[in-house]
Design a protein around this ligand. Structure first.
Ligand code: AMP
Ligand code: MG
Length: 398
């Protein structure tokens, strides 16, 4: 057991081999969640013109306080073309061009408006409620760095900067293959010894959300020739993820068949719980993950190894899982040899993030696990993580 790879060593071996895929231009409308492959620069100043931050009146600050003559209107999309003369004001709306000559906006709530005049009893600083041209970003500046994933806000930033096509990494093509002679699809009647297939579905959902283009193979029985055919098809992708058949049982054939098909195994078994029998190999540029069949083990292996690899293939700056910090509500015994990932519910009380481990931590208990929002990392070692102590956790929302 002492010779097993640690989690960190195993993740490093995966990331060494997960080189970013080629770039492709992607229209902004379909670039959500894609990873930027070349710095994106603003095509325009942002805002492109001095604009009003409020609905109100554009004025010359030197005229205030005072009663000003209303000489026009600047609405969003319909600028007032004339120069603002002393003693005059222009009705202005949020986002409209501040006319030449004006240097401040007075909000409508602060004025008394008559038909053709506006009375303003306070003074205003030059620049008040004016968004200066280029105040967010100047034309030519970088709005998005290589490696950034286009979250909704980042997508908006790229669009605001006037960029219609973004160079992104190609999406990884991922083959998914669930193996096991006992597996049947939900909806079918269960015969003796059969269970419903869950992992293929779970991996499809998790990995699509992580940016992959999925091709799911039909579930394969624990039979050499069936496996050979299914694995060969899966190996044509950028990534192949299998579930089941990587343990030490007589019918665990996946690794042996992969070896026959030319997969070079990089590691097998990692000191984590659940998920120890996970395997990883390569054939050419294809990354090959063998997740254990127990659904919770497959889930943990997916979070710790497969999703980071997909992020790295897409050129993400930080591919490893980002853990958050919270407090344990009960003590957890540490495993001497293996890093454990305990399923927990997350709640917030008075600003503190509390982690309640769920009852039912065995790796086949997918229904109980499905109540959890978090994988809590219990590092290997002696003793326990006491109730109230800080722990790192990974959200289970993707
Ligand atoms: P294995 O890793 O093939 O030894 O499988 C370990 C356990 O996970 C066994 O109880 C299997 O029946 C179960 N299992 C394997 N694959 C799946 C799957 N795709 N969906 C649900 N359970 C599975
Ligand atoms: Mg099996």
């Amino acid at each position: 057991m002492a010779s097993l790879l640690t989690l960190e060593e195993a993740q490093a071996l995966v990331l060494e081999r997960a080189r970013p895929l080629a770039n492709e231009p992607v229209p902004i409308g379909t670039a959500a969640r894609r990873v930027v492959a070349e710095d994106v620069r603003a095509r325009v100043d942002l805002p492109p013109f001095a604009s009003s931050a409020m609905d109100g009146f554009a004025v010359r600050s030197a005229d205030l306080p005072g009663t000003l003559r209303i000489v026009g209107e600047s609405a969003a999309g319909s600028p007032c073309e004339r120069q603002l003369e002393p003693g005059c004001a222009v009705v202005i709306s949020t986002g409209a061009v501040v006319p030449a000559g004006a240097d401040a906006v007075v909000p409508v709530e602060r004025v008394v408006r008559e038909e053709n005049t506006v009375e303003i009893s306070e003074s205003a600083a030059a620049g008040a409620h004016v968004r200066p041209r280029g105040g967010d970003v100047a034309s030519g500046e970088v709005v998005m760095r290589t490696g950034a994933m286009l979250t909704p806000a980042r997508l908006a930033a790229v669009a605001a900067a006037g960029v219609a096509m973004v160079e992104c990494r190609r999406r990884p093509r991922v083959g998914i293959l669930a193996t096991g002679s006992e597996l049947v699809a939900p909806g079918e009647p269960l015969r003796a010894g059969q269970i419903y297939e869950t992992n293929g579905l779970m991996l499809d959902a998790a990995l699509s959300a992580a940016g992959a283009e999925i091709e799911t193979e039909p579930t394969a029985a624990d039979d050499e020739s069936v496996l050979r055919e299914a694995l060969e098809r899966g190996l044509a992708r950028d990534v192949l993820v299998t579930s089941g058949g990587v343990s030490v049982g007589e019918h665990d054939l996946v690794r042996a068949v992969e070896r026959d098909l030319g997969v070079e195994e990089v590691f097998w078994r990692v000191s984590i719980k659940p998920g120890k029998p996970v395997s990883f190999g390569v054939r050419g540029d294809t990354l090959v993950f063998g997740l254990p069949g127990n659904p919770v083990s497959a889930l943990v292996g997916c979070e710790l190894f497969v999703k980071p690899a997909l992020r790295a293939l897409q050129g993400a700056a930080e591919p490893l899982p980002l853990f958050e910090t919270g407090s344990l509500t009960i003590g957890l015994r540490r495993n001497e040899e293996r890093d454990e990932f305990v399923r927990a519910r997350v709640r917030t009380t008075a600003g503190e993030v509390l982690l309640d481990p769920i009852v039912g931590q065995e790796s086949h208990m997918i229904v109980r696990s499905s109540a959890a929002d978090a994988l809590v990392h219990v590092p290997r070692g002696n003793g326990e993580l006491a109730a109230g102590s800080a722990a790192h956790w990974l959200p289970l929302d993707g």
